[in-house]
Each structure stands twice: as C-alpha cells, then as structure tokens.
Design a protein around this ligand. Structure first.
Ligand code: PLP
Length: 376
C-alpha cells in the first residue's frame, strides 16, 4: 500500500471536500452572478465556504477573497501594497527563505525601484527583533511566512508583526500562512497581519482555490480586471466547485487541529528515534520547527536517488531543497547546511492520516536504500 509523505507539496482531498465538489458540479452548477435560482444556489455555496474560511481565520466574511491559489493571493497582496502604499516609501522587509510565490514577486519589485531587505537566520534561528530592527520610516511592507515549506521552521510572526506595528503603525504586514493554516491554531487578529495567503490543496481540498485575507480598510489593486467578482478584487467567474471543496475541507479539519498536532509530535518522535540511531542521517528540522514537516540529510546519497528508491516501495517524499528546474532554492543553505548536506536532503511531510507503521516503514526503507545505493 502506498505511503504518501509529501503533504507539504499537496494533499489528498478528504471525502467531505470531494463530496462538496461533486455536489456543486452536479447540482449547484450555476454561475453565482446569475439572477435566477441556479445562480443563487451557486452563490450560497460560495458564501458557505467563505463563512467556513472566515470562521477558521477569525475574520469577517467580507475580508475573505477567493483566488485560484496562494501564489495568486501573494502576488495580488504584494503588488497591490507596492502600488497603493509604496509611492513615497520604498523599503520592504522579508525573510530570506520565502517561497518562490513571494520571493519572485519581491525580485520583480526590486527591479521596479523598491529596496528589499532579506532577513537571514542566525545560527539557524530567527528572532523577531531581526525584522523589527530592520524597519525604519522608509518601510511600507513586511512579509514573512508562518512556516517554512522546506524545513518546517516556525516563524515568530506574531512578535514580528506586532513589534513592527508598535513602532511603525503604517507598515502593512503580509503573511504566507500556506504551511500553517489548519495545522496551527491562529487567527489573523492574533498574529496581527493585514494580508494573509492560504491554499486549498495543502488542506485536503483540490487544487485550484486559494484565499487572500484582506483586513478591512486595506486598499487592493486587482491583478485581473473584468466582471468585478469578489468585490472587484478578483474578477473572473468563481470556481464554485473548488471553493466549495475548500470550505468543506476547512469545516472537516478545524475541530481536529489540536489533536492532529499532538499526533504529528508523536510521529516525529518515532521518526527521530528510529533515524537518530544511524550515523549517516542528520535531522535538519530542530525544535524550532513544526512537527509535520521534517527535513533530514542522508549523507552520501543524493536526494533524487533516495527519493526514487523510496518510490519503488510506494513511499513518496520530496527532495529536501525545493528545486525549480534544477536550481536550488538556497533555503537549506540559509539555515546553515552545507551544499552537500542540502543535495542529500529529504523532506518528509505528514498528514492527519499518517500512521506509526507508515513512519516505521519509511525508516526501514531509508536504511535499506542507504545500504543498497552505496553498495552500487
Ligand atoms: N507558499 C508556501 C509556503 C508553499 O509551500 C506553497 C506551495 O508549495 C505556496 C506558497 C504556493 O501555493 P499554491 O500552490 O496554492 O500557489
């Protein structure tokens, strides 16, 4: 039986989500903007999902904008803020280990006259003061992810955003919460952000839907112009099935967040106990990291080789350094790994369905893989 441990890349949709998608496609297939009953029914499906997400984020429903993915959410957020709030002030502060959906927008903004200060971890660790001290009167935007997708590093986003706002109340704070949503208990008010990006396919819903939380009063410049759906922030007919699936998955997961977290901690403990006994495996996700994303290095075996060995056993993990077209993201090096250690890194990411025996099978397979690959 297959063992899927690549849940930071994407998740298998849960039954509640699939049921909602099918029902929406077969029954509530109208256009939410149509004036007749079919339109209203579809509109109500979107409203139901909006309420589920808003409740989970602790915000009002009119602060939730559906997009196609978190990449779109972050693009809209960052480009908007630059356009609306970056006329006189030019400085942006960001962590140096953001996902490419943020990093590449920052690169674009740099090419268009903005200055980006990238905050690097010191000895593998971030302090909120690293961000707060970097902000000055020329700063208009801070963006920091909640959980790093490669190592599971948990950022002190609340301390960062609240600390910055205390000294510079006009600075806009954006959070990429893709790897934290529905896994960590937080609300937007609690972390003090103005904008927040999340994605459906990381929380057991299908690909094709995301959300941008926009705090009341924040001005947005839409990426897409058209029919003015989503209060003019995101034109284009709403993907009612995907949005319904997103809402259903959130409703399904929300009561389980705390129990799942306890389970992830237990699973990580088993994994570490099993792997730490070897002298060729090192753990790159320390106590500052969430328990459901675990990055390890299997010395002497390149990530892809081990990944494909595990694949032969129907165990699916990802290479530890998110490569795009052969180019390393550099995240692991930022966290202090050598190039060799990063080349041999694997990312194991858990789901609420992962069992103790899945983890034991993975540990056995990695040890077996190490022996067999090095023999060749
Ligand atoms: N941000 C983080 C931290 C991610 O891990 C990902 C996906 O891997 C994204 C953003 C992009 O999400 P989406 O696929 O919905 O665009």
């Amino acid at each position: 039986m297959e063992i899927y441990l690549d849940n930071a890349a994407t998740t298998k949709p849960c039954k509640a989500s699939l049921d909602a998608v099918v029902e929406t496609m077969t029954t509530n297939y109208g256009n939410p903007s149509s004036l007749h009953k079919k339109g209203l029914d579809a509109y109500l499906q979107v409203s139901k999902a909006r309420l589920a997400v808003a409740t989970a984020l602790g915000c009002d429903t009119d602060e939730v904008v559906f997009t196609s993915c978190a990449t779109e959410s972050s693009n809209t957020a960052l480009k908007s803020v630059a356009k609306k709030y970056g006329r006189r002030k030019k400085k942006i502060i960001a962590s140096a280990v953001e996902h490419s959906s943020v990093k590449n927008v920052l690169k674009y903004l740099e090419e268009n006259g903005y200055e980006v200060i990238y905050i690097k971890p010191k000895n593998g660790k971030y302090e909120a003061s690293d961000f707060i001290n970097a902000a000055d009167d020329n700063t208009f935007l801070v963006t920091c992810m909640m959980v790093n997708n490669e190592t599971g590093y948990l950022f002190p986003v609340k301390e960062i955003f609240k600390g910055i706002k205390r000294l510079h109340p006009d600075v806009i704070c954006h959070c990429d919460a893709v790897q934290g949503f529905m896994k960590l208990p937080f609300t937007v008010e609690n972390i003090g952000c103005d904008l927040l990006s999340i994605s459906a396919h990381k929380v057991y819903a299908p690909k094709g839907s995301g959300v941008l939380y926009i705090k009341k009063g924040i001005k947005i410049h839409p990426l897409l112009l058209g029919g003015g759906q989503e209060k003019g922030v995101r034109s284009g007919t709403e993907s009612v099935p995907m949005i319904s699936g997103f809402g259903a998955a959130v409703k399904f997961l929300r009561p389980k967040v705390e129990d799942n977290f306890i389970k992830y901690r237990h699973l990580k403990k088993i994994l570490l106990e099993n792997l730490e006994e070897t002298d060729y495996i090192s753990i790159n996700s320390d106590e500052n990291c969430v328990p459901y994303i675990i990055n390890i290095t299997v010395s002497g075996v390149r990530s892809e080789i081990m990944l494909h060995f595990l694949e032969t056993k129907e165990i699916y993990v990802s290479s530890g350094s998110a490569c795009s077209k052969g180019k390393d993201s550099g995240v692991l090096e930022n966290f202090g790994l050598s190039g060799d250690a990063a080349d041999s890194a694997l990312r194991i990411s858990l789901s609420y369905q992962t069992t103790d025996s899945d983890i034991l099978a993975l540990c056995d397979a990695i040890k077996q893989g190490h022996e067999q690959i090095l023999k060749k």
